[in-house]
Design a binder for this molecule. Structure first.
Ligand code: NAD
Ligand code: ZN
Length: 364
């Protein structure tokens, strides 16, 4: 038995208003006059206020040739977008001191991937898989503005490439620094906050019910689950404490899957997102709604949370798809072997047949 030896984020700061320590954090990372690049979610472009009422742009500690780029996350990150961002930066500056991703899981993943592509040759599509990245990227920091994905702590960056949707999983992928400032999540729309928050809840259920579970994963998973329950089941109103708790749930949920894996909801949701462009959080919710057979208690509680938080989960999204389209989703989903093995055990292929998966997709 070989145990996973994984790299983690090097520095973590947590606290309301900790974003304002960014200047102090970045100063030692500056290399001569090479700029810091701030890759910010396009949601902040029009001056949307952060938790303390000030627009994000006014709070970014710009120096010299530093640049703010607003990332378009209308679609989840594609390898082509990562490659373009990295090429443009190389053309403009040669080298950069670092890249700081400020946003949801999409922007954080983009920042990680661009960091790696500043120093690795070819296209990011060449590195979709496990441990294919050969060289460290430039300095990278992640600052979540939505809580739930765990992208702030993970060793992957999920990208849609020409032939697959798969992460650049490597020891070079985790951030050098994360800034966990719950104030930045305060203005997230209710639905988005729920979908991304449920990503965390689902990570916990899949990790805790999985065959890969060990005490390391369990300890983090149980804490994250408890925090999700406090926020989405017990509380009646969203407040600043909810933002604090959900940010730590996301972190702990991410730590839980670092040593285990996700499961059925994610494996099926990847098929939806590859074919239909369904976003990660909402896709997971659409699938989770139909997984009583695999996660009976988790699904019952999920349905209660949907009702309590008055959120709509779309239905009928696979209506009218062709056999070929179903096959595409089934191929993508069954390709996620570690997820299925974690969920259903070594003999998963006997349990999750193509016909069974097709029947599940038809329900969505
Ligand atoms: P997201 O980053 O895709 O953002 C969703 C929407 O919310 C966007 O329109 C964005 O502009 C907006 N937004 C972001 N912050 C906001 C704020 N504070 N207020 C208002 N709007 C805001 O959503 P997400 O659920 O955080 O991330 C999903 C992505 O994360 C997917 O691409 C998925 O593949 C990835 N992911 C990565 C990992 C990992 O380990 N790397 C894990 C899970 C998911
Ligand atoms: Zn997820």
């Amino acid at each position: 038995m070989k145990f996973r030896n994984f790299r983690m984020v090097s520095y973590v700061v947590y606290g309301r208003g900790s974003f304002d320590q960014l200047e102090e954090i970045l100063t030692p990372q500056r290399k001569g006059d090479a700029p810091m690049i701030f890759l910010a979610d396009h949601f902040f472009e029009k001056g949307a206020p952060t938790g303390n009422g000030q627009p994000l742009i006014n709070r970014i500690p710009l120096r010299g040739k530093d640049k703010v780029i607003f990332a378009d996350v209308t679609y989840e990150p594609k390898t082509s977008y990562v490659d373009k961002l990295a090429q443009d930066l190389k053309a403009a500056f040669g080298t950069i001191s670092g890249i700081i991703g400020i946003g949801g899981g999409s922007v954080m993943d983009l920042a990680k991937a661009v960091s790696l592509m500043m120093n690795n040759p070819g296209s990011s599509a060449d590195y979709q898989g496990w441990d294919l990245v050969k060289l460290p990227g430039v300095y990278k920091a992640g600052i979540p503005t939505l809580s739930g994905t765990g992208a702030e702590v993970s060793r992957t960056t999920v990208l849609t490439g020409p032939t697959r949707k798969l992460g650049m999983n490597s020891d070079f992928t985790p951030f050098d620094q994360i800034v966990l400032d719950p104030e930045l999540t305060a203005n997230a729309p209710v639905n988005q906050r729920f979908y991304t928050g449920m990503d965390c809840y689902i990570h916990c259920i899949e990790s805790l019910q999985g065959t890969y579970l060990n005490e390391f994963s369990k300890s983090y998973g149980e804490k994250a689950l408890e925090l999700c329950r406090e926020v989405f089941v017990r509380k009646n109103n969203w407040d600043s404490e909810s933002d604090d708790k959900l940010m730590m749930a996301s972190y702990a949920g991410g730590m839980s899957i670092a040593y285990s894996q996700v499961g059925v909801a994610h494996a099926v949701s990847y098929g939806l997102s590859y074919l239909l462009g369904t976003k990660h959080g909402i896709g997971n919710c659409i699938v989770m709604d139909h997984l009583e057979e695999y996660y009976p208690e988790g699904v019952a509680e999920f349905k209660k949370m949907v009702e309590k938080n008055k959120v709509e989960i779309p239905t009928g999204i696979c209506k009218g798809l062709t056999d070929e389209q179903f096959d595409t989703m089934i191929n993508v989903s069954l390709g996620m072997k570690p997820l299925w093995e974690n969920a259903l055990g070594r003999d998963w292929e006997k349990i999750m047949t193509r016909d069974k998966l097709r029947a599940l997709y038809e329900k969505l």
